[in-house]
Design a protein around this ligand. Structure first.
Ligand code: ADP
Ligand code: MG
Length: 535
């Protein structure tokens, strides 16, 4: 220990590092890491599947999130163990790449860790386990490819896409409206998709929400939505084929920037001033009319005089529109933002098919819909719901559905859900294990067992007997040699996932297996943990 002083003369103490570090080595390190990873997975396990539970998380400011989405749960949790953070990363990367399957991937990784622990207890070296897992994951991914099916759909027949999005939504709070939300998500994706390049720019889909109304009122708007209304209540509420002037200059006479003083000591002087002001307004409105604008969107406000005049001259206007929204309108309608009235020309006007104002409920809340814009395919999904938490969760669920639809446009292959794909892979991996003469064989078998944990969790969460249900489904798959049998979570009466229309994307499932294996291998390879001890 040493005492030193910094440049301001404040004393501080230097501690010798070694005293303050704890160190775990070898098998103890692996055991501790596995325990941490498993703990995270256990939290998510009960959230998996259509009957999975939701979690309520309270943020540092007391704000509450209720969610079923794995990535969101982990993101909001304050995890400080480094290995647990790896699991958070794992879920996040699944979210980033695929968008759905964020709970499943953590459950899978947790099961792999659990199995690895057993193998360690048997005395198998962690590297052997890691290698076995690697081989097994390759077998599983190939097998998925083999059992996958191609989905045929086009712009007019997008029912298959809707079905797949419905599987994603069925595990969310919003599953009451899964049909309509899935349709909205698919239509939104198809509206912005580039089917030739098989690409979807999800940035073009804006998801907005407003408290109030019912979930069923959620709608898809082919255009953009701004939280503003017409400046005068008597202006028209709907403008067809709008030519929009987008202005950042105020609707008022210019103010000199230097200090100035106006002496008005006679009535005549006042009247001249007033007249001039009025003329100024008049010219501004005339200028807008001259270039052909039928709607003015203004960044600044204008006073009652100008407002009245605009109404009088039949030029609808919107005021106090924020900079970001103004840019959005400009991009979507192909207009230019005009900073001075003198610069207004017909080419700079934005164009939109319909601009309409809609009011909500009994409140004075109104919103402006700008639809069928000239320049952009951008669409908006407008979510309604009873409270803020519901809207936030709907946004997340819609995000998952949008990602699934996008993934299907990228790659048309699907596998069957409800654990069917996992069971089929488990069987394939188990069969492959016999071909490996080395110690890896045990690890490969362990991997097969870990794959079973997903259907097992689904069954458990649905209130079924996990082991009985799994073995029944498994034997059915072996007997009939078809990979469509899964867990009947909703008690429909059949295990056939084709009949239940429970589909998942092939790339999503493959990614889950690859990512989970990767993280588990990484955790297994750590044999020395040096950390700051608590003091
Ligand atoms: P994730 O965040 O991993 O997507 P979910 O809570 O959405 O987790 O659950 C997804 C799992 O639930 C998948 O394994 C999927 O196959 C399964 N699943 C979804 N809908 C059904 C259903 N109707 N019947 C059976 N399983 C289903
Ligand atoms: Mg999901």
């Amino acid at each position: 220990m040493a005492l030193a002083f910094d440049e301001f003369g404040r004393p501080f103490i230097i501690l010798r590092e070694q005293d303050q570090k704890t160190r775990l080595r070898g098998i103890d390190a692996q055991k501790a890491n596995i325990a941490a990873g498993k703990a995270v997975a256990r939290i998510l396990r009960s959230s998996l599947g259509p009957k999975g539970m939701d979690k309520m998380l309270q943020g540092p400011d007391g704000d509450i999130t209720i969610t079923n989405d794995g990535a969101t749960i982990l993101e909001q949790m304050d995890v400080d163990n480094q290995i647990a953070k790896l699991m958070v990363e794992l879920s996040r990367s699944q979210d980033y790449e695929i968008g759905d399957g964020t709970t499943g991937v953590v459950v899978m990784a947790g099961a792999l860790l659990e199995q690895a622990e057993r193998q360690l207890d048997r005395g198998i070296h962690p590297i052997r386990i890691a290698e076995g897992y690697e081989m097994a994951s390759r077998v599983a991914v190939e097998h998925l490819e083999r059992i996958s099916q191609k989905f045929e759909f086009d712009i007019n027949n997008f029912e298959p896409l809707v079905q797949t999005c419905m599987t994603t939504l069925s595990s969310k709070i919003v599953n009451r409206c899964k049909r309509s939300l899935a349709e909205i998500a698919v239509k939104a994706v198809l509206a912005v998709a580039d089917l030739e390049r098989r690409d979807v720019n999800l940035d073009l889909i804006k998801v907005e929400g407003k408290v109030g109304g019912k979930l069923e009122d959620t709608e898809l708007i082919y255009g953009i939505l701004i939280d503003k209304d017409m400046s005068h209540p008597q202006m028209p509420k709907q403008i067809e084929d709008a030519h929009i002037a987008i202005l950042t200059c105020p609707f008022e006479p210019p103010k000199p920037k230097t200090k100035h003083k106006v002496d008005i000591d006679t009535v005549e002087k006042f009247q001249t001033l007033r007249k001039q002001e009025q003329q100024y307004f008049d010219e501004m409105v005339q200028k807008c009319k001259d270039v052909g604008a039928t709607l003015v969107i203004c960044q600044w406000g204008f006073d009652d005089e100008a407002n009245h005049l605009l109404m009088h001259r039949n030029l609808p206007a919107v005021r106090w529109v924020g900079g970001v929204e103004l840019e959005l309108i400009a991009i979507a309608t192909g207009g230019r933002i005009v900073p001075r009235f003198q610069e207004l020309t017909p080419e700079k006007l934005g164009k939109a098919g319909v601009v309409r104002e809609k009011s909500f409920g009994t409140t004075k809340e109104r919103m402006l819909y700008i639809e069928h814009c000239a320049n952009s395919k951008a669409v908006t999904i407008f979510i309604r719901g009873g409270n803020k938490m519901m809207i936030e969760e709907t946004k997340r669920s819609i995000h998952d559905a949008l990602c699934v639809a996008r993934n299907l446009i990228r790659n048309k292959s699907i596998v069957y859900g409800g654990g069917a794909a996992e069971i089929a892979c488990s069987l394939a991996v188990d069969a492959a294990a016999d071909k490996y003469p080395g110690v890896e064989q045990y690890a490969i078998r362990a991997f097969a067992e870990a794959l079973d944990s997903v259907p097992m969790a689904l069954a458990e969460n649905s209130g079924l007997q996990p082991i009985e249900t799994l073995s029944a489904v498994k034997s059915q798959q072996i007997k009939e040699n078809i990979p469509f049998y899964g867990i009947d979570c909703n008690d429909v009466g059949t295990n056939d996932m084709r009949e239940q229309d429970v589909f998942e994307t092939l790339i999503g499932k493959q990614q889950q297996i690859l990512l989970a294996t990767q993280v588990v291998k990484m955790i297994l390879k750590i044999d020395d943990v040096i950390s700051n001890s608590e003091y």
